[in-house]
Design a protein around this ligand. Structure first.
Ligand code: ATP
Ligand code: MG
Ligand code: MG
Length: 353
């Protein structure tokens, strides 16, 4: 990678006074460490400090986070216009790498929870989506894959002139397109089919996660809350319809974990709709027989159904379809169309930001 590391001139890490950042409260906890709201006694402002776990693997990955974010902040988005969190500083402290960020508000999962998981109004879904896309456009331009896009990693920006806004955070799993070394990436509900199946991935995996997020913002619950990878994949197939294309299934490393080869491939007849495919997804019984461990029922009771039904007739959203005002019906149609471009099984056909 590692000319990227050049952006991080460790020599420049000055020795900080012991009392610069005063912890006020804990903001969050993740796989990589803890995030604290701190008072910065040098600039007299609040900042968020991410304290990375003091293990070498986490330290290494945090260096990647610092490198990619400093490149994005300084080279790609110097004027802070593209909805990506600003990194302010970083320093080692008792074997922990600490990264200081601008202080932002609640994450989108917290926002949905505050709203009793009933989803946001379409105007907010639209505003937030556009801003996340703006971040994804510049990331794609820089060849950066976020690899962990989910509601917890999108934060509300503090109100400026009362306009709602969001920023993308947590580049702790990010990589560049030339450096896709990890195969176990993305949070399960937001994991793209190509990552599940073990197929080479690109910035298109962020667009899959983005589609999951947009749907979740509208309906209030995750689109594919699978208790296992198999569960996630079977929910995708049921809700989106169709399945990954044959050429992807043929080449992916994990296809046999999930699919059974059911026929030979007739050249020119490799339909992508799952109806004429050479593969079919395993039945639950087949998975059970193989794993001797039945996939657990998802954490949420989630009505299975086609994507358009979910969007149009979500129980607490639109009490019944017939009651939807004409204008909102059109909006829902447009939303379904938009989602179909995003939760598209074929990464080559999936919409780019
Ligand atoms: P993950 O498990 O997703 O990898 P992580 O350990 O990498 O998490 P972050 O996602 O960076 O950590 O931060 C964890 C949580 O802390 C976020 O979901 C958010 O709620 C909160 N947080 C992080 N950065 C900020 C910030 N700049 N302002 C306010 N809150 C923040
Ligand atoms: Mg996170
Ligand atoms: Mg992370």
């Amino acid at each position: 990678n590692y000319d990227l590391i050049l952006y991080v001139n460790l020599e420049l890490v000055n020795k900080k006074s012991d009392r610069r950042y005063i912890v006020q409260e804990m903001l969050g906890q993740g796989t990589f460490g803890q995030v604290a709201k701190c008072w910065d006694a040098e600039t007299n402002s609040y900042v968020a400090v991410k304290v990375i776990k003091n293990q070498p693997a986490f330290y290494q990955q945090a260096i990647v986070e610092v490198s990619l974010l400093s490149m994005l902040n300084e080279k790609i988005d110097p004027d802070d216009q593209h909805h990506i969190v600003r990194m302010l500083d970083f320093f080692p402290w008792k074997n922990h790498l600490c990264i200081t960020f601008e202080m932002l508000g609640h994450n989108l999962y917290e926002l949905l929870k505050k709203n009793n998981l009933r989803g946001l109004q379409l105007q907010f879904v639209r505003t937030f989506s556009r801003q996340i896309l703006d971040a994804l456009i510049v990331m794609k331009g820089a060849g950066i894959i976020h690899c962990d896009l989910k509601p917890e990693n999108i934060l509300i920006t503090p109100k400026v002139k009362s306009a709602a806004g969001v920023k993308v955070i947590d580049f702790g799993s990010a990589c560049t397109e030339g450096q896709t070394i990890y195969s176990y990436i993305q949070s399960r509900y937001y994991r793209s089919p190509e990552v599940l199946l073990g197929y080479p991935y690109t910035t298109a995996i962020d667009m899959w996660s983005f589609g999951c997020i947009v749907a979740e913002l509208y309906i209030g619950l995750p689109l594919f809350p699978g208790a296992s990878e198999y569960d996630v994949l079977s929910r995708m197939i049921e809700i989106v319809g169709g399945q990954p294309p044959d050429d992807l299934l043929r080449e992916a490393k994990n296809t046999r974990k999930f699919f059974k080869h059911v026929g030979s491939i007739y050249p020119g007849n490799e339909a992508h709709d799952g109806l004429h495919s050479s593969y079919r997804i395993l039945t639950e019984n087949e998975v059970e027989a193989r794993d001797s461990k039945k996939p657990k029922i998802g954490k949420w009771y989630f009505p299975r159904g086609r994507l358009d039904r979910l969007i149009f007739a979500y129980p607490w959203k639109n009490l019944n379809e017939g009651n939807l005002p004409e204008a909102e019906k059109e909006d829902c149609l447009a939303l379904v169309d938009f989602l179909r471009g995003l939760v598209e099984f074929d990464p080559n056909k999936r919409w780019s930001p």
